[in-house]
Design a protein around this ligand. Structure first.
Ligand code: NAD
Length: 295
C-alpha cells in the first residue's frame, strides 16, 4: 500500500532536534543563535511566510529579528540594512524574503549577504560550494526534500532520480544534493522531450514546476517515491472564495502507483521552515568555530 509521507511530523522532529541543539549552543556560548528576516513591502503571502518564520524561530529558542521595510525602499537602503546585519554579532542567519519590488536587483541583494550567514543558501558562493561538493549552506526546500527521501529510503545510491524543474532555488540544488548521495540524476525542464517516459524510469520523482497536477499517475513507476514541491491554487469552486491547494502531481492517481508520496499541503511545505532553522543552527556553530550537531 502506498505510504503518505507526513511532512508535518518530519518537520516537527527536525524542529525538536534543532531546539535541543539551540539549548546546548546557548549553554556553551552564552547566547542563542539569531535569525534576521527582512521583508520589503506588504505582499500578503510574503507577510504570512515572514510571520511564520519569526514564530518558528522563537519556538526553537532562537532570537528572531524581523525588519519590515516599506515597498518604496531603495536598493541602497536595503543594502545598508544587509551590511548592518552582516556586521551584527547576534545575527547568525539573514533571510531576505523574495520577491523584492521591481526597483531592487535581487541578485545584488543576495550577493551582499555574508555567505556565512546565508541561511537561504542562495549566495553564489554557497551554490558553487554545493556544486563542487564542499560543505555549504543549502537551500531549505531541496534540503527538506532530501531529508524526507533519506527518511523514506535510507541509502539513495544508484537510484534513478528525476528532478522536474531547474530553478536555482529548488531544481538545481535538488539535483546537486541527489548527486552527492550517489543517485543517478536526470533534470527535466520546460524543453524536455517525452517527460512521461523519463518519469516511468525513475525510482524517485521530485516535481518542482508550479503547474497544477501536471504529473499523472501513469507516469509513475510502480513503487517509486514521489516528492511534490509544487504549491498551486486551483480556481475556486462555485460558492467558495478560495480554490483548493494542489501540488504538481495528480495525487490520487500517483498514490495508486507510488510506494510513497508527499501530499500538498502537509508534505514538503513544513520542511522548508524546519530546514531554515536547521541552517541557522549550522551557521551559528560554524561562526563560533564549532561543529554543528547531526540531525
Ligand atoms: P520556477 O518557476 O522558478 O521553475 C519552474 C521550473 O519548471 C523551470 O525550471 C521550468 O523549466 C520547469 N517547467 C515549466 N514547465 C514545465 C513543463 N511543462 N515540463 C517540465 N518542466 C517545466 O519555480 P520554483 O521556484 O522552482 O518553484 C516550483 C514550484 O515549487 C512552485 O509551485 C512553487 O510554488 C513551489 N515551491 C514550494 C516551496 C515549498 O516550500 N513547498 C518552496 C519553493 C517553491
Amino acid at each position: 500500500m502506498t505510504k503518505r509521507i507526513d511532512g508535518k511530523a518530519a518537520a516537527l522532529d527536525v524542529r525538536r532536534k534543532v531546539a535541543e541543539g539551540v539549548a546546548l549552543f546557548r549553554d556553551r556560548i552564552g547566547r542563542a543563535p539569531g535569525l534576521a528576516v527582512v521583508l520589503v513591502g506588504d505582499d500578503p503571502a510574503s507577510t504570512v511566510y515572514v510571520g511564520s518564520k519569526g514564530k518558528a524561530t522563537l519556538e526553537a529558542g532562537m532570537e528572531s529579528f524581523t525588519h519590515r521595510l516599506p515597498t518604496e525602499t531603495t536598493q541602497d537602503e536595503l543594502l545598508q540594512l544587509v551590511e548592518r546585519l552582516n556586521d551584527d554579532p547576534k545575527v547568525d542567519g539573514i533571510l531576505v524574503q523574495l520577491p523584492l519590488p521591481d526597483q531592487i536587483d535581487e541578485d545584488a541583494v543576495l550577493d551582499a549577504i555574508d555567505p556565512a550567514k546565508d541561511v537561504d543558501g542562495f549566495h553564489i558562493l554557497n551554490a558553487g560550494k554545493l556544486a563542487v561538493g564542499q560543505q555549504a549552506l543549502v537551500p531549505c526546500t531541496p534540503y527538506g526534500c532530501l531529508h524526507l527521501l533519506k527518511n523514506e529510503l535510507g541509502d539513495l545510491s544508484g537510484k534513478h532520480a528525476l528532478v522536474i524543474g531547474r530553478s536555482n532555488i529548488v531544481g538545481k540544488p535538488m539535483a546537486q544534493l541527489l548527486l552527492a548521495e550517489n543517485a543517478t540524476v536526470t533534470i527535466a525542464h520546460s524543453r524536455t522531450r517525452d517527460l512521461p517516459a523519463l518519469a516511468r524510469d525513475a525510482d524517485i520523482v521530485v516535481a518542482a514546476v508550479g503547474r497544477a497536477e501536471m504529473v499523472k499517475g501513469d507516469w509513475i513507476k510502480p513503487g517509486a517515491t514521489v516528492i511534490d514541491v509544487g504549491i498551486n491554487r486551483l480556481p475556486p469552486e462555485e460558492g467558495k472564495t478560495k480554490g483548493k491547494l494542489v501540488g504538481d502531481v495528480a495525487y490520487d492517481e500517483a498514490a495508486d502507483k507510488a510506494g510513497a508520496i508527499t501530499p500538498v499541503p502537509g508534505g514538503v511545505g513544513p520542511m522548508t521552515i524546519a530546514m531554515l532553522l536547521r541552517n541557522t543552527l549550522i551557521a551559528a556553530h560554524q561562526r563560533e568555530g564549532l561543529e554543528a550537531p547531526a540531525l
